[in-house]
Design a protein around this ligand. Structure first.
Ligand code: SF4
Length: 356
């Protein structure tokens, strides 16, 4: 029998940071309808379940990354057809941010394929942050590992959120990435929190990990000193030329279970569908929303008016009676106690990598 105590309907469990692996596995073992019922109860205890927050990710510096993340087409060592670009100009970034705002995004995330930014890059990124924020958008960045000083400099420029994913369970991390350690991730997250920014932190499933390792990812996220404000749950996008191309696909119901358990473990966080969403059916996305997902990612290629993917999203929202969360409401959520986070992911860039 599950070791998790039953939750009363629509209950709001206290925020916990001491989840045991057996407890998370017990949630995975629940009958699917029971798990979704619990997750939906937690969702509506903290959020309007008809609202979905929309973020946009722009790759401001693509490809050529020295890291070896097994899922990522931007790693220089893999032959994926992604061409390395230089850092975009502030002017071009601002033009994209205006498009994102017009498309309904409330948060704009700037991603750069770096192991970590060089100190000389920080003033350039800071200028982008200042100008995007001046448009009335929330700002987020994902730039790789940050030192304490760099985190403070970005915060001073007005950065609201920093994305840095745990990617997977600690014990599976070494199977996916060999150029940095799990502790490096934790250190950057600590610098981000220390600088007073919100954290966006999640992971990727479908990389060949076991259910226990999926539980380990969620356990690690929930047991951080503060729950991430945003928790992107990515489904692996298999890109030819990366080591993870050809990995056995994850059962879609297992993906929904992962979303539901993220919602239960981190009740006040935004649980985001990001990379991999383009290949999900409308029905699967609807199940994810039912399981507590309340945020989505628009990639930069989705920004152009009349883009079929954008139209599909808008049609799905209309069919499901969902509406984009407005910035003013997002601020109310952010004001909630207990440290939550923001969003974006190098991994999400992979969703658009073929087009990059
Ligand atoms: S996920 Fe980020 S750090 Fe890893 S290879 Fe891709 S761009 Fe580099």
């Amino acid at each position: 029998m599950p070791v998790v105590s039953p939750l009363p309907d629509h209950a709001s469990p206290a925020l916990r940071h001491d989840w045991g692996r057996d407890e998370v596995l017990a949630l995975f073992a629940l009958p699917f309808p029971e798990l979704l019922h619990r997750a939906a109860g937690v969702h509506r205890a903290h959020f309007d379940p008809t609202e979905v927050q929309v973020s946009t990710l722009l790759s401001v510096k693509t490809g050529g990354c020295p890291e070896d993340c097994g899922y990522c087409p931007q790693a220089a060592r893999y032959h994926t057809g992604v061409e390395a670009t230089k850092l975009m100009s502030t002017e071009d970034v601002v033009a994209k941010a205006k498009q994102a705002r017009a498309a309904g995004a409330s948060r704009f995330c700037m991603g750069a394929a770096w192991r970590s930014p060089k100190d000389r890059d920080i003033p350039k990124v800071a200028a982008m942050i200042r100008e995007v924020k001046a448009l009335g958008l929330e700002t987020c960045a994902t730039l790789g590992m940050l030192s304490d000083t760099q985190a403070h400099a970005l915060k001073d420029a007005g950065l609201d959120y920093y994305n840095h994913n745990l990617d997977t369970a600690p014990e599976f991390y070494g199977e996916i990435i060999h150029t940095r350690e799990y502790q490096d991730r934790l250190d950057t997250l600590s610098h981000v929190r220390g600088a007073g920014m919100k954290t966006c932190c999640g992971g990727i499933v479908g990389m060949g990990e076991s259910r226990e390792q999926r539980a380990g990812l969620l356990q690690s996220l929930a047991n951080l000193p503060a729950h991430p404000d945003s928790v992107p749950i990515n489904r692996l996008v298999q890109v030819a030329g990366t080591p993870l191309a050809g990995t056995k696909e994850l059962d879609p119901f297992e993906f929904v279970r992962t979303i539901a358990i993220a919602r239960i473990l981190m009740p006040k966080s935004m649980v985001r569908l990001s990379a991999g969403r383009e290949t999900m059916s409308d029905e699967l996305q609807a199940l994810c929303f039912l399981a507590g997902a309340n945020s989505i990612f628009y990639g930069e290629k989705l920004l152009t008016t009349g883009n079929p993917d954008t139209e599909r999203d808008q049609a799905l929202f209309a069919r499901l009676g969902l509406k984009p969360m407005q910035i003013v409401e997002q601020h109310a959520v952010d004001a909630a106690p207990a440290g939550l986070c923001g969003d974006t992911v190098h991994a999400a860039i992979t969703a658009d990598a073929d087009a990059a």
